[in-house]
Design a protein around this ligand. Structure first.
Ligand code: SF4
Ligand code: SF4
Length: 446
């Protein structure tokens, strides 16, 4: 029998109880011996005043201002509970994330937290060295600091090796970053990897020259062994992690929840996890999975809502490493997740805007919600098949205006090179469009 859903108030009370009973946040040492919290605060999806978040199109674009008070409250709560790693970028939250985080963090002693930010020079006009330097200076100013603890070459490999070379090698940016590290304005230099494996391999081959202090990779229990099932040009997280570990490069983890898809499951997967521990949240397994690997320095989570922060703190205070049986069960869950036919979109919006107006992340989010909740719209074996399909159609129409739905994709491919998940966007939109068109036909003939 399924458990009754908790009300929001009961949920908060339950979380507060969990937190009260928890111990200290697990920490890991960076290469300088600093103690870094295993949970890192990702400032990519900061809360906005309308109760949504600043980096999603999931329920319509939130153009509301970021809720500075809510961010301050998160930062205070995080620091109070041992979270000391804060990850931002000039590109997050429409360029507002660094400024907002600077305001929240600077209310605390500088030695009580570590800032990670990035050289997010994605646009070709940002490639010249002078532009890169200006971006770095802006970051210092916005973050109200005179040094950055962890500075990253952002999303190397996104757009292919040639783009990577233009952004960082040919313009002399890496050499300049080494100088900044030597001068102490950058304490740790690393890179985040998305995309072309050649960029990752190049950085690893040049490790003796650059001495990377850390590397940010996508890791979760689906990508561990099955990244190629999503896209055969992807590298499995196991390979990435082990390659870094062999070079003694600590790993910072992004996408532990695979864009939120490992936080909510349909009944088949959820019951598998509940069978191991009925009280544990679905998301907690994903965090414990990453933390079980000892060369993981910190696990980033974009926590828009305070309850997410509370829950993640409780999960990692302290970390309970997974047993072999639990790891095996998560692998079984990963295989079930892959059967869900979800799109590996993490709602980052890098593909937007589409020149033809398609709300790409919105469409994928709607599809994924339907596939991961207990109502697979494309599964005739589901007892509530017809009802679920109608609900899916209604949800889509509610969330996305008609002019922004999948049918308006003309397949121009302009979005493709921007997607760090390397999703074949036009192909997936076409499949969703055909599915929706059939549903509409069914509706008309019902
Ligand atoms: S391929 Fe489709 S979704 Fe992508 S930019 Fe072109 S029209 Fe937009
Ligand atoms: S399709 Fe790709 S680029 Fe667009 S929001 Fe999803 S993950 Fe990001």
């Amino acid at each position: 029998m399924r458990k009754k859903e908790m009300s929001r108030r009961e949920f908060f009370a339950d979380l507060a109880k969990k937190l009260e009973g928890s111990g200290e946040m697990t920490t890991r040492e960076d290469l300088k011996g600093n103690k870094i919290s295993l949970l890192g605060y990702g400032a990519m999806r900061l809360p906005t005043k309308d109760g949504k978040h600043a980096n999603t199109w999931a329920e319509g674009v939130s153009s509301a201002a970021i809720d500075q008070e809510a961010v301050n409250e998160h930062v205070d709560f995080a620091l109070e509970h041992g979270v000391n790693y804060f990850d931002t970028s000039p590109a997050y939250c429409r360029g507002e994330s660094e400024r907002v985080m600077g305001e929240a963090l600077s209310r605390h002693p500088r030695s009580s937290y570590f800032i990670a930010t990035k050289l997010s020079n994605f646009a070709p006009q940002q490639y010249p060295l002078e532009e890169c330097k200006a971006m770095f200076e802006n970051s210092l100013k916005a973050l109200r600091t005179d040094y950055i603890d962890f500075y990253l070459l952002h999303a190397i490999g996104n757009g292919g090796f040639e783009t990577f070379s233009k952004r960082y090698i040919e313009n002399g940016a890496i050499d300049w970053l080494l100088e900044e590290r030597a001068a102490g304005r950058i304490r740790n230099l690393g890179f985040s990897f998305h995309g072309d494996p050649k960029a990752f391999e190049w950085c690893i081959e040049h490790h003796d020259q650059y001495r990377w202090d850390f590397c940010q990779i996508q890791m979760n229990y689906v990508d561990w062994l099955h990244a190629k099932a999503v896209n055969d040009r992807n590298l499995d997280a196991k390979y990435l992690y082990e390659t870094l570990a062999a070079k003694n490069i600590p790993a910072v983890i992004m996408e532990p929840l695979l864009g939120g898809r490992l936080a909510k499951f349909n009944y088949a997967v959820a019951s598998k996890l509940k069978g191991m521990d009925a009280e544990a949240s679905i998301a907690s397994w994903a965090f414990r999975f990453c933390g079980t690997y000892p060369r993981v320095l910190t696990i980033l989570s974009g926590m828009t809502y305070k309850e997410q922060l509370m829950e993640n703190i409780a999960t990692l205070s302290p970390l309970k490493p997974l047993t072999q049986h639990e790891l095996d069960t998560l692998e079984e869950a990963a295989q079930l997740v892959l059967q869900n036919n979800t799109v590996p979109c993490n709602l980052c919006q890098y593909c937007m805007p589409c020149p033809y107006g398609v709300d790409i992340p919105g469409v994928f989010d709607c599809w994924n919600r339907a596939c991961t909740e207990d109502r697979l719209p494309n599964d005739p074996a589901n007892a509530r098949h017809a009802e679920n399909r109608r609900k899916f159609l209604k949800d889509c129409d509610k969330a996305i205006p008609h002019l922004r739905q999948a049918e308006h994709c003309i397949g121009c491919g302009k979005c493709l090179s921007h997607c760090p998940q390397r999703i074949d966007i036009p192909r997936r939109l076409d499949a969703i469009d055909r599915f929706v068109a059939n549903l509409r036909k069914e509706e008309r003939h019902a």
